[in-house]
Design a binder for this molecule. Structure first.
Ligand code: ZN
Length: 262
């Protein structure tokens, strides 16, 4: 094998490794190994987070999404962002959990022992952390009985970054840990795009921890076949496309060698 081919093979095998990582490492990570959850049940699904009312400096209130928030006061805007972050976790189909935000400056404070879930603005103590969450387990370790979120007061923040930070920290409070090698998870740092939406595995984590027994495929009835298409069969065009892309590095090596022989 020539030096060029060896170099090419080196490059392509590295590419194959990257593809392998992208296709295989997708999963959520529970923050506690024993499946601890916020105090909630299917019949009593609501968990409240109280906000201390302190406001970060928001840089793009007038320009964000063509100014949809420009008419709101800073306080109304912050409440809207907190509500939207909570709603992201409350609206996972298949999870019963409902998160609720209430403004209560007298009650909200960073205190891991007061059994009050608080959202406060403060100096997080580190330059790199935009926010932190501190989930605290009950004595029998089955319940996350307190989870305070600190948003860093340092610098100006744009709306998108506040939403991403809040959804990520609320994710810790409901019981999810970091999924760093999951490129689609808001709970990891490996995400290749800037969005506060949940990835499929974030949703899977919420469903795993807070399963809603009422959720299921209502179209499926006993003794009625479920139509599933071409699962596991290379029949659809998207499956052929996947195969083609996966084989690209090897095809490159093959054709490169053939061209050299001529
Ligand atoms: Zn985190």
């Amino acid at each position: 094998m020539g030096q060029m081919n060896r170099k090419l093979l080196n490059k392509t095998s590295r590419l194959a490794c990257v593809c392998f990582i992208v296709f295989t490492t997708t999963a959520f990570v529970p923050i506690f190994s024993n499946k601890a959850i916020l105090p909630s049940t299917v019949d009593d699904p609501e968990v409240v987070f109280v906000w201390d009312g302190a406001l970060p400096r928001i840089s793009d209130k007038d320009s964000y999404k063509d100014g949809i928030y420009s008419q709101l006061s800073d306080r109304e805007l912050m409440l809207a962002l907190l509500d939207e972050s909570a709603a992201i976790w409350s609206n996972v189909a298949g999870s019963y959990l409902k998160l609720k935000i209430e403004e209560n400056p007298g009650l909200a404070k960073f205190d891991p022992k007061d059994k009050v879930n608080s959202i406060v603005l403060s100096n997080t103590g580190t330059l790199s952390a935009a926010a932190t969450a501190t989930p605290v387990l009950s004595e029998n370790k089955s319940v996350i009985e307190d989870c305070d979120i600190i948003l860093s007061e340092m610098g100006e923040k744009n709306i998108q970054s506040i939403l991403i930070a809040m959804v990520h920290e609320l994710g810790h409070c409901i019981g999810l840990g970091h999924a760093h090698d999951n490129l689609d998870s808001i709970m990891g740092y490996g995400r290749t795009y800037s969005s506060y939406k949940l990835g499929a595995d974030d949703k899977a984590g919420a469903i795993y921890l807070y399963p809603d027994p009422a959720y299921g495929d209502t179209k499926v009835r006993q003794a009625v076949p479920v139509q599933c298409g071409n699962i596991g069969v290379f029949g659809s065009s998207s499956q052929w496309a996947t195969l083609l892309i996966a084989s690209l590095p090897f095809s490159l090596v093959f054709f490169r060698r053939r061209i050299r022989w001529k």
